[in-house]
Write a protein that binds this ligand. Sequence first.
Ligand code: ADP
Ligand code: ASP
Ligand code: MG
Length: 423
Amino acid sequence: MARIVMKFGGTSMAGTERIRSVAARVKRERERGHEIAVVVSAMAGETDRLVGFCREASSLYDPREYDVVVAAGEQVTSGLLAIALQAAGVPARSWLGWQLPIRTSSAHASARIEEVDMGALEAALGRGEVAVIPGFQGVSEDGSVTTLGRGGSDTSAVAVAAAMRAERCDIYTDVDGVYTTDPRIVPRARKLSRVTYEEMLELASVGAKVLQTRSVGLAMKERVRVRVLSSFEGNDESGEDGAHESWEHRGTLIVGEEEVDEMERRVITGIAHDKNEAKITLTAVPDKPGAVAAIFGPLADGGINVDMIVQNVAHSAGSTDVTFTVPAADLARSLEVLGSAQGAIGYERLVHDTRVAKISVVGVGMRSHAGVAATMFRTLGERGINVQAITTSEIKVSVLIEEDYTELAVRVLHTAYGLDAEA
Ligand code: ADP
Ligand code: ASP
Ligand code: MG
């Protein structure tokens, strides 16, 4: 007998028929003798709909009330799955974030999980019940409902798995694993049987939304064994969902670096894109000490995360242009902050552009291989794609390009790094 967390994403929970098939899958896993907690997302599209209502009600909505509204999607699916499980003869109960409780910080809309209380959960498992837990939600110290940021159900699942000391955390989604790039953009993307925590963390943070970044960071810290797999494969009622095949062979396993053998290692593991950044340029910034501090200080004070930064060489007049990116959602606020700091910074013009995309190539092999960035620039150059900004880390190179070229850039880079699956 093992303890297992099963997490089902929005597409897997979209409608009662799919919820019934999730219940059947949970039932089969329980019949293998496991103790199970299930973490669920809202139905696909539901969270967007709820966010839309908040915006409609007021453009300046209160973050605490936003969380009350958007957490509702997971409340519905957790109750429905408990009903479906009971109907299938499986004892089950839902446990909302405040009931369990899942304690979080009070940062509404991006709360961090501080603790998953094991009291009620332990008792439920002890009674042989399946515990159904809505993802994405928790409760802050003052008793307010909180949410964890978009895609946060992955993080709920990993946190529950860590608290339960689960043998594994299975993330069921609408693709059958982590691919070398988004398989919806590049049909020739290859499925990875294993990917390291570090690479997955980097891929998620640069836009591969298959797992929320925080969930990977938490899994790495707590050494939770995470597997990403399809909730649509092997869905027949006969129980042929891989029972004969050892579970390691399905989906993608996120592992420590020591678990990837030499054979599987490649210089580049994957490519991701992100269309949610905006570019800002300040022209004719005085080229003197303290000038960049005058720009990025006020942005940091406003809680705005700057990502890529380019400072051009000085013009003869002793001034320079500074270009950087911020999350598109923070663009309006950034412009406001920079507008009011114009006197202190001393720039001439403030220009912005939201039609940009960040393309990133990731791989631990980069540490020991030269030429990864050069291949990237050459490949894009040959296609006439202009690079507007660059950032690198030890295992990643990112470039900013015009948004219209996103799909083309990902595709040609995928081929250039030899990642295409055989036809
Ligand atoms: P869920 O609702 O199950 O949480 P998400 O939509 O959040 O599902 O994440 C799954 C999606 O992530 C896939 O449909 C796919 O389009 C996208 N995706 C992006 N990059 C990758 C990648 N490298 N491998 C697999 N899927 C990816
Ligand atoms: N329902 C939430 C969202 O759409 C959380 C999740 O699905 O992970 O962001
Ligand atoms: Mg998701």
